[in-house]
Design a binder for this molecule. Structure first.
Ligand code: SF4
Ligand code: SF4
Length: 191
């Protein structure tokens, strides 16, 4: 996902590189939906074949235009406004010069490695009809097995990886911290 244009072109370029390497706000890791901004209309969402939840005034994530290898496939083209406006904690810190591009990219690499670990543990346990966010998958697995007396032992690897990922997301990406590890993600959206 990408962000407000920054007056400092070096920072803006760094932001582009970071976001194209990341995509955690597009791929269902951070959010379940992204807001449709005031007076924006739905033309672009319809042109891009995005799934819109009119009641909640948002389009759903993961976004089918996100490619894990290259990032947003319509980057630099006309996109929903939130895609150009959203800035996570890490991107803001980069723009403010509080973290270097190299450090920010390292954080993204580390976070994506944790995400990969969580996904690989999840798919050992269940298969899903996509699209689902990462937390939706985790909750489905968690709820389906938490009454199992051996749950903690058999799912320890998944749980530990998920907690570590969640900590990274809260520390570096979410604007505010959530209190629960397992929560109703319905209110979680990119805005
Ligand atoms: S169009 Fe989709 S992939 Fe591109 S920035 Fe927006 S949400 Fe992300
Ligand atoms: S989560 Fe932050 S760094 Fe990653 S793509 Fe979104 S705005 Fe960019």
């Amino acid at each position: 996902m990408k962000k407000k244009e920054n007056k400092n072109s070096a920072n803006t370029k760094s932001g582009e590189k970071l976001c194209l390497a990341c995509g955690l706000c597009c791929d269902g890791t951070l959010f379940k939906g992204a807001v449709i901004e005031k007076n924006e209309g739905l033309k672009i969402h319809s042109q891009l074949d995005l799934t819109v939840d009119k009641e909640k005034n948002r389009f759903m994530l993961p976004c089918h235009l996100h490619d894990p290898e290259v990032g947003c496939t319509v980057y630099g083209q006309v996109r929903p406004r939130v895609c150009g406006n959203f800035r996570c904690k890490l991107l803001k810190r980069l723009h403010k010069g509080k973290v270097s591009e190299q450090e920010a990219l390292k954080i993204v690499v580390k976070t994506k490695a944790l995400k990969k670990q969580v996904v690989s543990e999840i798919i050992k346990r269940a298969s899903f009809i996509e699209p689902l966010t990462l937390i939706e998958k985790f909750i489905l697995v968690f709820k389906s097995s938490h009454e199992d007396p051996y749950f903690r032992r058999t799912n320890a690897k998944l749980f530990i990886a998920y907690v570590a990922l969640r900590k990274m997301l809260e520390k570096h990406f979410y604007k505010t911290e959530s209190k629960e590890i397992i929560e109703d993600e319905d209110s979680s959206e990119m805005s």
